[in-house]
Design a protein around this ligand. Structure first.
Ligand code: PEP
Ligand code: CO
Length: 418
């Protein structure tokens, strides 16, 4: 077992939880009441951690096996979670979808699968535009329940700092349900093997730095500095400037860190990002989540995989085959086609292997409900069907049957390893 000294990254010597403020922080809301924000931050700083440092380090250990090709990540969940009261059934269904998908892959692979939810904190969304058209109205964009309310009125869209407290309380409730669920015996060995651990690992985009910063804690036992809002925070494609605030912030915590890698990333830029986020070249510290689009992945990915390997960063390469393949249907719904998503997964496996690497996981937006948000699949959801059950709070999610098909494809690709 890797000792803590090998797991904890050496933070940049002058790093502090608040020094991201000296960098450009993209995608932060324009909080109208800064005094309220200060009060909320102080209250967050006094709360108990949501996830425990030893759990975070356990995930680092699990991911270090994935970095060596001896485990595989299955990360999935909602694009945006909402504050609607989590029911035990809804959370259990989400954990169940994750475990079912993980089991399909692990049976083919013969290795452990690491189940990670987009869950218990995925409440903040980056937006391409500060405003959006809703019917005849142009409104400030909905930025996730951690910031504002989706109702189509100007008042609802004003950022409200109290939502940061509400979001943390909500995440705590979801985690409590996940911990309960683990007691009831989930079918796969996951985090649930240690006492009190949740049924799945948690992850979210660490977007709102005013929310994340007060949740940084030093573990009194190990001395390790962790972000305790989630096990695996990730940096999104719109906030991944090497010299920006988000990269600086996450460079100082001991959590495993995800980084979305989009089509605009060239090898030199990725090298700078890896140098900042994984200076000590620790297996499983950095999870690179490729989201190139099906048409680009085969050409774009190999030079990136090669450069990262040549620089000695033992990263986990994960495929997000959804975010590069979104389009708008004739009816105006954001959607994705299952075939295109599958084509990106196939392209990802081919590209990583062509570069001498090992495909380390998949990352999906998926719901256990029978939603009609993505088209295609054996159930034959068409563009005409999209309005029937289009329920997402943000991007379109695969439904359970579409997810099962893509899990089967992933399992075939895993089994097909050279
Ligand atoms: C997301 O994961 O919901 C997301 C916004 O992805 P990306 O940053 O890759 O666009
Ligand atoms: Co999304």
């Amino acid at each position: 077992m890797l000792p803590v000294s090998l797991l904890a990254p050496v933070a940049p010597p002058d790093w502090t939880p608040s020094d991201w403020r000296r960098r450009v922080a993209a995608q932060q809301p324009d909080w109208p009441d800064l005094a309220a924000l200060r009060r909320v931050r102080a209250r967050l700083a006094g709360t108990a951690p949501l996830v425990r440092p030893h759990e975070i380090l356990d995930l680092r250990r699990a991911l270090s096996a994935a970095a060596h090709g001896e485990a595989f990540v299955v990360q999935l969940g909602d694009c945006a979670e909402t504050f609607d009261t989590p029911t035990f059934a809804g959370i259990a269904a989400r954990a169940g979808l994750l475990h079912t998908t993980a089991r399909t892959v692990s049976q083919a692979l013969g290795h452990p699968v690491i189940p990670i939810g987009r869950i218990a904190g995925q409440y903040a969304k980056p937006r391409s535009s500060p405003t959006e058209q809703v019917g005849d109205l142009v409104l400030p964009s909905f930025r996730g329940h951690l910031v504002n309310d989706p109702a189509p009125t100007p008042a609802a869209r004003v950022p409200d700092a109290m939502r940061l407290l509400e979001g943390q309380a909500h995440a705590r409730d979801v985690l409590a349900l996940l911990r309960e669920l683990a007691q009831s015996g989930m079918p796969l060995p996951g985090p649930g093997t240690s006492a009190g651990a949740p049924a799945v690992w948690t992850s979210h985009e660490a977007l709102l730095l005013d929310y994340e910063e007060p949740l940084v804690r030093r573990d009194p036992v190990s001395g390790v500095v962790c972000l305790t809002s989630t096990h695996l925070p990730w940096i999104g494609a719109r906030t991944c400037e090497p010299d920006g605030a988000h990269v600086r912030f996450l460079s100082g915590v001991a959590n495993p860190v995800g980084l979305k890698v989009g089509p605009g990333t060239d090898p030199a830029r990725l090298a700078r990002l890896c140098a900042r986020l994984d200076p000590d070249r620790q297996p499983g510290r950095l999870v690179l989540i490729s989201r190139m689009g099906a048409a680009r992945v085969r050409a774009a990915l190999p030079p990136l995989v090669e450069r990262v390997a040549a620089l000695g960063h033992p990263v986990v390469w994960v495929c997000d085959p959804v975010h590069g393949n979104t389009y708008t249907s004739g009816s105006g719904h954001k959607t994705r086609h299952v075939d295109t998503v599958g084509a990106e997964i196939s392209g990802f496996f081919a590209a990583v292997r062509a570069a001498g690497g090992s495909p380390g996981g998949i990352h999906l937006e998926a719901a256990p409900e029978d939603v009609t948000e993505c088209v295609g699949g054996v159930a034959g959801v068409t563009e005409q069907d999209l309005p029937l059950r289009y329920e997402t709070a943000c991007d379109p999610r695969l439904n359970a049957s579409q997810t099962a098909e893509l899990a089967a494809l992933t399992a075939r690709l895993c089994a097909d390893r050279p």
